[in-house]
Design a protein around this ligand. Structure first.
Ligand code: SF4
Length: 480
């Protein structure tokens, strides 16, 4: 155990003493709630925050009226910011009735000074603010914010960078049968519209031995599907300390190592960057049946002029050729993507170029976004911002094409049988369960909660746009 790890372990023990004292004064076990905004990286960070709170003695609940409330924020688009401030208003009033309660705010938004200043000025009832770079110091911060001498004093601890990664932090997984696994943090790509490099810092990879060790422990603990997480997983193992390359290896090597761990029935990963995706990776997917037949490959735009202004590092011909190579080597793979409409300087002809690429690649699905101006990014300063109505017009045209093609591609598998990992009872119809195929498509079929966490063979009876209604194949065993 490193010094850092020991320091945080000791802090959890001290926080535990404070939670026990609080429990005596409340006459019950104190509760904690972690609210997550944003991406899967944030969701995995929140599992660590919940793990630390639980190990300190809190019982984790899904209710913002908890004794300890923490918002793990996102700032990738404007509406993410608004959602936090919308929530804080209500919390302030509740806190007056519960003077022992504590409120913390962390995550990407807190890496931006303008947001921290706004909290200091307008939300003085926030007890703790910290960022993405020092999430691993949460045990020490928790101990400090629970200390009676700090009651009413806002603790602000935001680092502007770090090169440290802390292993073996407790975590409380949302799902017992699947888990996200961070393989790296940060991003060095600086796409001109993106705030991530400014709030998540420079790329730093975890050692492959630590990642493989974590996946083995997860498999021993009943996890059957892992999602390898990074802002750009294809640059895993790059920019590592000189002479230590062997302790990391390449992403394809890591992916193969994870796929070969006994008990791991399905491996997913995101996010890939087209400029760094190697043929070696495609061959690794091809040679391992348990690597998901789904690849998320953000395009962002199909216009070479716009791709250049976005600093994406590839052009539409290169992107199309890459997709052709992938499909040729892994024919059953489903490609999905991200697309931004309304980037500064974009014309209707640029949107046409994007739609052309969508028509050529025939994505199984695409996450489409209206450009969101993020202060601090180069594109925010571009003079030729696109009027909202023009952007919306382009967005609607694109969405029609995306949905049309997704429905046609989904239809192609109708009548076939696929293996579904059941994730939950269907939210809208309790007689159905919901799960995902290897290609990440959703399937709803008759079943009950005993199937959750199981792999089940399902006939895809009816395609419904982005998902299927299915029927369990008679006599097929549910496999954990
Ligand atoms: S690759 Fe580009 S879009 Fe993705 S996180 Fe990095 S800077 Fe942002």
């Amino acid at each position: 155990m490193t010094i850092d790890e020991q320091t945080q372990r000791d802090a959890i023990a001290r926080a535990g003493d404070r939670v026990r004292a609080l429990s005596l004064s409340l006459g019950r076990k104190p509760t904690a709630c972690v609210v997550t905004f944003g991406c899967q990286m944030n969701a995995r960070d929140s599992e660590k925050l919940a793990g630390i709170l639980e190990e300190s003695g809190f019982s984790i609940i899904d209710d913002e009226d908890a004794d300890f409330l923490i918002y793990n924020t996102c700032t990738v688009r404007e509406n993410a910011d608004k959602r936090l401030f919308g929530r804080l208003g209500a919390v302030g009033a509740r806190k007056k009735e519960k003077p022992w309660s504590r409120l913390a705010v962390c995550g990407c938004m807190m890496q931006e000074e303008l947001h921290v200043d706004r909290l200091k000025k307008s939300y003085p009832f926030v007890d703790l603010i910290f960022g993405t770079h020092n999430l691993f110091t949460f045990p020490s911060l928790l101990d400090a914010v629970l200390a009676p001498e700090n009651a009413g004093n806002m603790i602000v601890d935001v680092w502007d960078r770090t090169d440290r990664i802390l292993e073996h932090l407790p975590s409380k997984r949302k799902y017992p049968f699947k888990s996200g696994v961070n393989i790296m943090f940060g991003c060095d790509n600086f796409c001109t519209y993106c705030i991530v490099p400014y709030v998540r810092g420079r790329e730093r990879s975890r050692r492959s031995a630590d990642i493989l060790d974590e996946v083995r422990r997860l498999a021993d603990d009943g996890v059957r599907e892992v999602m390898l997480l990074g802002q750009n997983v294809n640059s895993y193992g790059k920019n590592v300390p000189a002479g230590e390359e062997a302790a990391y290896g390449s992403f394809p090597e890591l992916l193969a190592g994870v796929a070969e761990i006994p008990g791991i029935r399905r491996v997913r990963f995101m996010t890939s960057h087209p400029k760094d995706l190697s043929d070696e990776l495609v061959e690794t997917i091809r040679s391992h049946d348990n690597i998901a037949r789904h690849l998320h490959l953000p395009l962002q735009s199909g216009s070479d002029r716009i791709l250049k202004r976005m600093n994406r590092g590839y052009d539409s011909a290169g992107y199309l050729a890459l997709c052709e190579r992938i499909k040729a080597r892994v024919p059953d793979i489903a490609l999905t993507t991200d697309i931004i409409i309304g980037f500064p300087g974009e014309t209707p002809e640029d949107v046409d170029a994007t739609i052309d690429v969508v028509r050529s690649v025939r994505f199984r699905n695409a996450f489409t976004f209206l450009y969101s101006r993020r202060s601090g990014t180069p594109a925010a300063g571009f003079a030729d911002q696109v009027p909202k109505e023009t952007a919306q017009e382009g967005f609607d045209r694109l969405l029609r094409t995306v949905q049309e093609i997704a429905a046609e591609e989904t239809k192609k598998q109708e009548g076939s049988v696929g293996e579904v990992l059941v994730e939950s009872v269907n939210e809208n119809d309790a007689r159905l369960v919901t799960g995902r195929l290897s290609d990440n498509q959703l399937v709803h079929f008759p079943g009950d909660e005993t199937l959750i966490g199981q792999f089940v063979r399902v006939k895809l009876c009816e395609a419904k746009g982005f998902y299927y209604i299915g029927q369990r194949v008679q006599g097929s065993d549910a496999v954990h």
